[in-house]
Design a protein around this ligand. Structure first.
Ligand code: ZN
Length: 83
């Protein structure tokens, strides 16, 4: 399913990191919605993601969680602590 998506989006070969098992989709950052459409079972396999809160593209290997970038993740944690 990833390969079909890759072909549709202009990737000749879809690189998957052997260690992290993340898809190196550097040309096309995905939103959580896109990811679930492309792969309902593995929406967290994409390395380059679009934050669900601030809509900035980010690299999950540098920080963040799920489809939240580092900044928004921190914000979510702050909100939780204030409850
Ligand atoms: Zn964000």
């Amino acid at each position: 399913m990833f390969q079909q998506w890759a072909a549709d989006n202009g990737y000749a070969v879809l690189e998957i990191n052997e260690e992290s098992h993340l898809i190196d989709n550097s040309k096309f950052c995905v939103t959580i919605k896109d990811a679930k459409k492309i792969s309902p079972t593995y929406p967290l396999r994409f390395r380059f993601r679009n934050c669900e809160i601030c809509y900035q593209d980010f690299d999950i290997t540098l920080g963040g969680f799920g489809y939240r970038c580092m900044t928004c993740r921190k914000f979510a944690e702050d909100v939780k602590q204030n409850k």
